[in-house]
Design a protein around this ligand. Sequence first.
Ligand code: ATP
Length: 218
Amino acid sequence: MRKQVMVIGVGRFGSSVALNLVELGHDVLVVDKNQDLIQQISTEVTNAVVANAASESGIQALGVNNFDAIVLAIGNDEQASILAAILLIEAGASYIVAKAQNDLHGKVLNKIGVHRVIYPERDMGHKIAHSLFASNIIDLIELSSDYSVVEVSAPQEMVGQTLKNLDLRARFGVSVIALRRNHGSKTNISPAADDRVMTGDIIVAIGENKALKKLEWI
Ligand code: ATP
């Protein structure tokens, strides 16, 4: 469904989020204090305005409560990011995702009441480090410091075996939550015990990081 999204700060991260949202068919208003950046991106998004998101008058003019989500993508200027977050919440923003530069910045954003805090550089660094020498890892989502969801190419030694035979839950405490086939075009989201892993399958599994490490899945 078409959503109304505001992206504040069109640096590399914010502009990537904005352009991807447009591609997905959403209405995107981008906001930045830098007029040149706004001019550059204006033809590619629904609307682009120059405003200071760290000022009350700037936020008031944006009609914050008309948006389904607001992505706060100011990174370097932590003070501006925090001020903007406070003003957005006061103005009645229903859902704010904010980019944090470091842990402390993230903690403050959380305390203010931002709905989701993301750390793109830290998370991407984590993913790259974990997948650098483990060529079968496709994606990794850290649920907490102890648990993750991973997407891995089915290892050769598992091909041809049923999930029952593999018995990953009893052996490692790792649960297979989906099997993806044909380059991900077919996804079995409730794999049964007698489902067989086939060549080229992608296994989506959840488990404790320690167990996933034993499998060399993180
Ligand atoms: P990236 O890594 O995505 O390039 P960054 O982490 O370096 O970005 P910043 O450069 O701090 O982040 O900010 C991104 C954008 O936010 C910039 O284009 C900047 O002009 C804009 N910005 C910063 N402060 C404000 C503000 N108060 N109001 C509106 N836009 C702002």
